[in-house]
Design a protein around this ligand. Structure first.
Ligand SMILES: CC(C)(COP(=O)(O)OP(=O)(O)OC[C@H]1O[C@@H](n2cnc3c(N)ncnc32)[C@H](O)[C@@H]1OP(=O)(O)O)[C@@H](O)C(=O)NCCC(=O)NCCS
Length: 284
């Protein structure tokens, strides 16, 4: 497929919806979902050469607010069967989007103290990335070059993933979490919103992070005070750890499996236990 000549998304929309885009979400999914051919015809699909798009891939260019965004697919990318690609998504060169993945999904509905209206956004999947089947990537997410996103891993709105990072399967990465380069997360962890994982952090399997000390939910008199944890460069956290809100695991610190991390762990130390206590120094 080739890029259409200088067609703006707005012009394409006019052709697609001669009477203007629906003001409210269409009740019929058929009106909202396009095949690649239909999307290209509408001027909303921009592809380079050697792109492979499954005939069973689906495109949803218009978000819940009626805004249409184009989809861009760079050279050598592969979009697998039953992938759902929302408007505003850019898929980089040689990216592999496996079957049953979702890219660029708008946030819709109530979250902590906030209702999301279903706005789409610019979602960028860097060159060489592999997104394994079943992963869900929300709108306004950026995934760096050659990163790997495992099966059924969820990346919520505003998440940033650095180059060469590997996220295993069944991770939950909540809104605006920042994950650096060369990070390795084993399967099955929960990374709460706005958590920071600096470069070369290693999380074992099933690490649970916490950002809300008081479990405040839909209380008209109180808003939750969210304080995510932070993992500094090269920190390693063993399988099954629970990390309380607001704590920092220092640079190149190592926390043993099954620990409950309630205080900051100083850089370069080994800590473990419940609560985790410093037991020694990491050999460098
Ligand atoms: C913390 C850790 C680095 C300590 O390793 P180590 O220095 O070789 O420690 P040892 O195995 O010699 O054990 C020393 C003592 O600490 C205890 N211990 C070791 N790891 C522990 C842990 N995670 N929690 C509680 N106690 C622990 C041992 O039982 C032993 O106790 P003892 O002196 O009463 O017999 C290691 O045990 C660990 O938990 N690594 C994380 C592994 C992991 O999660 N990998 C993820 C792969 S996906």
């Amino acid at each position: 497929m080739t890029s259409p000549e200088a067609t703006t998304p707005e012009a394409a929309l006019d052709a697609t919806f001669p009477e203007g885009p629906p003001a409210t979400p269409s009740p019929s999914p058929v009106d909202r979902e396009f095949t690649a051919a239909e999307l290209e015809q509408a001027g909303l699909l921009h592809t380079d050469r050697n792109v492979v798009i499954s005939r069973f891939a689906v495109f949803v260019p218009v978000d819940e607010l009626g805004t249409a965004r184009p989809v861009v697919i760079r050279s050598g990318a592969v979009i697998g069967p039953f992938a759902v690609v929302h408007g505003g998504t850019t898929v980089g060169e040689q990216v592999r989007v496996e079957e049953h993945t979702v890219l660029g999904k708008p946030e819709l509905g109530y979250a902590i103290g906030q209702t999301h209206a279903g706005s789409g956004g610019g979602t960028v999947v860097g060159a060489g990335v592999v997104i394994r089947s079943g992963a869900v990537v929300y709108a306004d997410v950026q995934v760096g070059l050659d990163a790997l996103i495992g099966h059924h891993t969820l990346l919520r709105t505003g998440v940033r993933i650095g180059a060469d990072t590997q996220l295993g399967h069944n991770l939950t990465v909540e809104r605006t979490a920042l994950i650096g380069r060369d990070v390795r997360c084993s399967p099955g962890s929960h990374i709460t919103s706005s958590t920071v994982l600096a470069d070369r952090v290693f999380l074992g399997a099933g690490v649970r992070t916490i950002n809300d000390k008081t479990l405040t939910w839909r209380d008209p008199d109180r808003r939750p005070v969210l304080a995510p944890p932070r993992f500094d460069t090269g920190a390693k956290v063993g399988t099954g750890c629970v990390v309380l809100g607001g704590v920092t695991v220092g640079e190149h610190a190592l926390v043993g499996a099954g620990s409950l991390i309630t205080y900051d762990i100083p850089p370069g130390t080994i800590a473990y236990g419940s609560p985790a206590r410093v037991r020694g120094e990491v050999a460098r």
